[in-house]
Design a protein around this ligand. Structure first.
Ligand code: TYM
Length: 332
């Protein structure tokens, strides 16, 4: 029995990589535990990229509707919006005071993101500290994430270790859980599927749009009659995580045999996406058209999350020397 937590940024509507790399495995792992999991929408993290309030609000609902359509049970698990738990910002400050500057400056995701921006904000720089606060605030044991978050989890463990060494064993050290077969899912241009690259597939959205984007997946120019390498092909990689194993094996043989074109493989991929996500696509439409229901669920989740967050924060303040044990009536 372990406490599971994970978050998805509301920097856009979740894509296939988010669904297969994080949302679906997180729900599976959460449901396998006896205790409720903490699953949230990282809207504070999204502020590092989104400057339009209407867009942020819409994205937040889109992420909420995706989690619910994917099967999250909000009665059993604590499902909330990060910004509804302001305690996380307080903890992030404390943790930031223990975080070595070079650890953040050398983080891959910071280097990669800042290299593509004209202006680099302090928020982008301290992004991993807020993420550590998300995880440590709830004494999380397991964090299901995609491989791209590996370093953020290492940073979280380093910060928690530093805190525990100085102030006593207060934080649980979290373990990342990666789903081996998904790895980092490629987008339609072959790079990591990412909202910031504009190369995503949205299996819960409009089917015409999905079809058009599948058709745009970049492939090499091997002629139809020639054998093709399935292991270097983005269409095949995507098909292999969406279609049933027997169908994947069949496509692999077709690639190797030759006489099978990328156009045909793309048709098969589109069909597999359409079929596999049909129930979730319908559920998504229902949730996204009922914002009041989404708000009510998120508010209920925030209440449960806050009461847990406050317990940890009280211990942290005490440990740091910020508040007297006698005055707060709290004993460490
Ligand atoms: P975000 O919003 O970028 O991505 C959410 C989750 O989706 C996974 N993911 C992928 N998996 C496979 N292939 C891909 N192409 C792909 N793209 C994204 C990510 O690994 C992630 O698991 N920093 C986090 C959000 C966050 C968080 C947290 C996560 C904030 N606080 C605390 C866990 C715990 C992020 O940017 O995720």
């Amino acid at each position: 029995m372990s406490r599971v937590l994970t978050g998805i940024q509301s920097s856009g509507k979740p894509h296939l990589g988010n669904l297969l790399g994080a949302i679906l495995p997180a729900i599976e792992l959460a449901d396998a535990q006896a205790e409720p999991a903490f699953l949230f929408i990282a809207d504070l993290h999204a502020l590092t990229t989104i400057r339009d309030p209407a867009v942020l609000r819409e994205n937040t609902y889109a992420v909420a509707a995706t989690w619910l359509a994917a099967g999250l049970n909000p009665k059993r698990h604590v499902f909330f919006r990060q910004s509804d738990v302001p305690e996380v910002c307080e903890l992030a400050w404390y943790l930031g005071c223990l975080t070595p500057y070079p650890m953040l400056a050398n983080a891959h995701s910071f280097k990669e993101k800042s290299a593509n921006l004209a202006e680099v904000s302090a928020g982008l720089f301290t992004y991993p500290v807020l993420m550590a606060a998300d995880i440590l605030l709830y004494q999380t044991e397991l964090v299901p994430v995609g491989k791209d978050q590996k370093q953020h989890l290492e940073i979280t463990r380093d910060i928690a270790g530093a805190f525990n060494r100085i102030y006593g064993e207060l934080f649980t050290l979290p373990e990342p859980i990666f789903r081996e077969e998904v790895m980092v899912l490629p987008g339609i241009d072959g790079r990591k599927m990412s909202k910031s690259y504009g190369n995503t597939l949205d299996p819960l959205g409009d089917l015409n749009e999905l079809y058009k984007r599948v058709k745009r997946i970049v492939t090499d120019s091997t002629p139809i009659d020639q054998p093709k390498n399935p292991d270097t092909c983005t269409v095949f990689k995507l098909y292999s995580v969406v279609a049933p194993p027997a169908a994947v094996e069949e496509m692999r043989q077709r690639y190797l045999a030759g006489g099978y074109g990328y156009g045909q493989a793309k048709e098969a991929l589109y069909e597999a996406l359409r079929e596999r996500f049909a129930p979730q696509r319908e559920a998504y439409q229902q949730w996204i058209s009922d914002k009041e229901a989404l708000e009510a669920i998120l508010r209920g989740g925030a209440e449960r999350a806050r009461s847990e967050a406050q317990k940890t924060l009280q211990k942290v303040r005490e440990a740091l020397g910020l508040r007297s044990a006698v005055a707060s009536g709290f004993r460490v």
